[in-house]
Write a protein that binds this ligand. Structure first.
Ligand SMILES: [Zn+2]
Length: 379
């Protein structure tokens, strides 16, 4: 995720903090300080946020480690103000598995809340609701309350909350995945709208959450749509086959001519028929600044790059393309360069498929209309 910093590594998974989380830290410290003009309160507030941070990481580890049981790795965990995001390599295929992965996070909070409750009971402490305060409250009681809130909040049936995934998994047991996601996303956006409306009159933080939920729902629906368009389509059907290739001995001046004359911006570099590198527009610009137009492609190109195979599923190939810093992926079959995959190329394919699909839908709709009218006539 952009605007994130790495803070550590747990169970082999890298943990990042998003910049907006720091805004939350600043906001909490400031609001605590302003309450009683005390720096101690501000520090207490920060300590509380760090504890919250730990709880959120444990929640995300719940998801990640459950997914690992189903053979799914987690790329990283990012902490946002409204919670964490564990970026799984892929979603479980079976709805029952997705259900368990989604429930595992809130389950961690339930367990933590029960442990904290046991500590309170063992210590014989009588805690009233008034003790649940971030400033000057009872720490154990407050953290217990935090866990209960996180469990309940995350189970709201709205993407990107876990409850949204639970809802989708439950729906997907009865219907196809795309349809289930559409329904779950629509419910999520409806809830975001309600959050936002309530937030406008009560708590601005709710408006913030509403925005996140709204975007999360849209993103989830888009991702699943991409999956449905690309489902069972091999790379060979999506790849660019009309492109120019370069030689390591070509000069950058020549590459610039190619870029200006055509629409291609990223090039494969061939030597003795095999791909030895890729040269993107960014590499060309960097090479021009550093070494001038006479620099050679072989000295400027990226020598480590990912390739795709023509029979590989396009969805998997594009997922790799989007997660690597490369902009382009040569498609290699039988050690021969047969095509190229780019992010723009994916966008174009999706657009064309969407156009074809909406034409198909309008045709079936017309067909449907005529059957209804016929049955009406019969009736
Ligand atoms: Zn979660």
């Amino acid at each position: 995720m952009k605007w994130s910093w790495k803070v550590g590594r747990i169970a082999g998974i890298e943990v990042f903090v998003h910049a907006t989380f720091l805004i939350l830290l600043g906001w909490v410290a400031l609001s605590h300080y302003l309450q009683r003009r005390s720096w101690e309160d501000a520090l207490g507030g920060l300590g509380f946020i760090l504890a919250l941070f730990g709880i959120v990481v444990l929640h995300e580890l719940g998801h990640a480690l459950t997914a690992r049981r189903f053979g799914i790795r987690t790329r990283d965990i990012t902490l946002l103000p409204i919670g964490g995001v564990a970026r799984l390599e892929r979603m479980p295929e079976k709805p029952a598995q997705e259900l368990l992965v989604a429930l595992a996070g809130p389950a961690v909070n339930v367990v933590l809340a029960l442990i904290l409750l046991a500590i309170l009971i063992a210590a014989g402490e009588k805690v009233s609701a008034a003790d649940v305060q971030v400033v000057g409250g009872h720490v154990v009681a407050t953290l217990m309350w935090v866990n209960v809130t996180l469990a309940v909040f995350n189970l709201l049936p709205a993407f990107p909350m876990d409850g949204g995934r639970v809802l989708r998994a439950l729906l997907a047991i009865r219907m196809d995945y795309v349809h289930a996601t559409e329904i779950a996303a629509r419910i999520g956006q409806g809830m975001a709208f309600i959050f936002g409306a309530i937030g406008l009159f009560t708590n601005p933080f709710l408006v913030f959450i509403a925005l996140f939920v709204w975007m999360g729902a849209a993103q989830e629906a888009g991702m699943v749509q991409m999956k449905s368009v690309l489902g069972n389509v091999p790379v060979s059907r999506v790849m660019i086959t009309d492109f120019r290739a370069l030689l390591p001995g070509d000069s950058l001046a020549r590459v610039v001519e190619h870029i200006l004359a055509g629409s291609q911006e990223d090039f494969p570099v061939l030597e003795n028929g095999g791909v030895v590198g890729v040269l993107t527009r960014t590499d060309v610009l960097k090479g021009l600044t550093q070494s001038g137009p006479q620099a050679l492609v072989g000295d400027t190109m990226q020598r480590t790059f990912e390739t795709a195979s023509p029979s590989e599923m396009a969805e998997a190939a594009f997922a790799r393309l989007q997660s690597c810093p490369c902009r382009v992926m040569p498609v290699v079959g039988n050690e021969q360069l047969v095509g190229m995959l780019t992010v723009e190329n994916l966008g174009e394919f999706m657009m064309i498929q969407a156009a074809l699909k909406s034409r198909q839908q309008s045709q079936t709709r017309h067909g449907g209309d005529s059957t209804t009218s016929r049955s009406q006539v019969e009736g």
